[in-house]
Design a binder for this molecule. Sequence first.
Ligand code: MG
Length: 259
Amino acid sequence: MHIVRFKRGDADAIGLLEDGTVYEAQGDLFGELTRGTAVGPLEQVTLLSPVRPSKLVAIGLNYLDHLTEDAPDFVKPENPIIFLKPPSSIVGSGADIIYPDGPEHVDSEGELAVVIGRRARYVKAEQVDDYILGYACSNDVSARDYQFKDGQWSRAKGFDTFSPIGPAIATGIKATDSLLLTCRVNGEVRQQSTIDKLLFGVPALIEFISRVMTLEPGDVIMTGTPAHPPQMAVGDTVEIEIEGIGTLRNQVVAEQRPS
Ligand code: MG
């Protein structure tokens, strides 16, 4: 099942995506969903982020190839490195990524996102499947120069539109599946890995995070990016595709500040 959220007039609604057509969904996102009437072909529907989480928990340095690209001697951290991104940074597939007036180096980071389906606290690794609603593609957009300048990541990764999520939440797949993640800029492949190469896999991440904080239904864990996250520029189109989930597509536009 591929769950989407889309714009309907001034409101938004939950839908199901099947064979390129969006249908209304009836029921509860965290319970049972059934297919209603057709809304239209995907290209004619304005998608929003499929979830509106209370928080976005992101993981730094979680693929060995990304960890070692700048520091070949780096060893695996003892525990996952977690940080938070603000919910105000979330947009859906098709939305603009606003390149802020200020940073000079902004990267795209293609990542597998886990969507929590049930309140989770002190969850054991072997129980995590009961707490996962599904998976989505995400882009942990990062102003790299601000990241290094600040020594922490809130500003660099917290700008509005810096967390595209979508296009859908896919249920019925597992993070241990060898699914290919690809990040393309203007159609050119810039990052590629299978999602089973995570240093700390999804069960370990949920056990670790839920020991720190309560994960609410709809909360999102962005699991980290493989090597060579590409730099982006105004005018670029960035796509994050994960097999079995779909393609998250966003275009980069310049910030227009109010005068
Ligand atoms: Mg990242």
